[in-house]
Design a protein around this ligand. Sequence first.
Ligand code: FCB
Length: 459
Amino acid sequence: MTESRLPSSFLFGAATAAFQIEGANHEDGRTDSIWDVFCRVDGAVINGDDGSVACDHYHRYPQDVALMKSLGLDAYRFSVSWPRVRPGHGAVNATGVAFYDSLVDELLGAGIDPWLTLYHWDLPQELEDAGGWANRDTAYRFAEYALTVHEALGDRVQRWTTLNEPWCAAFLGYAAGAHAPGRQEPEAAVAAAHHLMLGHGLAVEALRSADPSLQLGITLNLSVIDPLGPGDEDVARLIDGQHNRIFLDPILRGSYPQDVLDDLIHVWPAGLVREGDLATISAPIDFLGVNYYHGEAVSLQPAAPREASEAPTTRPTSTPFVVSDGVFFHSRNLARTAMDWEVQPEGLTRLLTRLHEEYPVPLYVTENGAAYDDVVSEDGAVHDENRIDFLEKHLDAVADAIDQGADVRGYFYWSLLDNFEWAWGYAKRFGIVRVDYDTLERTPKDSALRYAQLIAASR
Ligand code: FCB
């Protein structure tokens, strides 16, 4: 049983992100982020949804915190909206800060540890207009913003995550164009990846010197990339390099992997890495946040055409892997979620044990979860057996990794609430709590109740 396998000190939480749940995007001085602007691009987001109301968490946070308390969560991972706290990266917006001030107090009052992420993709549009993450200057602005948030909340928040998933911010945002700011410029994507990491390192240095007792980390979306068959080892290495090691190595070892530099030579901007950058990027961190959803099987052999799944956007996008010509991503005989993502819990065990061996640092699973096409039953409940199964299997996979020696200290389900799923808008539901987008009513699904039981049983 999962409940008896995880240590009693294990931390259980749930995660969200500002743009996906807050709403109130034009209230109290907040200005546009790149996601507000991207949502206005024709066909960028399915159904033309935008995040301007989302789950209305901005006004309903006391109710949401009460929900978390009723589930027995130890910790809540949320992000701060940069353009709410410093609209346009200008002066500090006291009203915007006050929201997070109250949220943190509410959490602490409920006995829930606030896990704060500084950047979950909502760059102030003004900084994008100046070049965005492809512009080195943005890294310095990020460290300034980090200190602003720390000045307001540093007396109560111990856990700080600089960035969520720089891979998505850089490669989906600047190479594929599937995420804001919707650019398709491979060199800008590589520059963005480097500058995001530089911003991370500068923020770690700044926060560390403001208060050496803080617990600082970064969250990466990592994957297990398997060769489909003999002869596919090199393409697996290529994709592993551009997905995992391009971030893991600079941050945890202080250098870019040579094979990745070789692979990307034609898209690597001249003069990108300056003296001292890698020392800053590899400033020591206290934990690594791991977001895991599924793995990939890659091959030089073409994949059999799959039944087309609903395209997330109507705009043409290109590949996020800037060098992947001739690489084919294969599906396996595995169950799939509503995102069409394979359900592959054993991949999480392998990922965590690999990280423990190759990049030793305390690990937290900061996101893992599944979207399903939930049905509201006549009794008003959501009997989401598929999500319960997903949750239990992945908690088991974490327990397996711990049994094999990996230093994994906590797990955050993605997500607490159904919410705005980026290019998919409101069409994909990841929550353990259902949100009715007409009434904004919250209903814990069966998965929330099961998660609460698992948490209680592990005490
Ligand atoms: C991750 C994001 C998160 C959510 C999940 C499904 O890549 O960090 O915001 O969209 O995927």
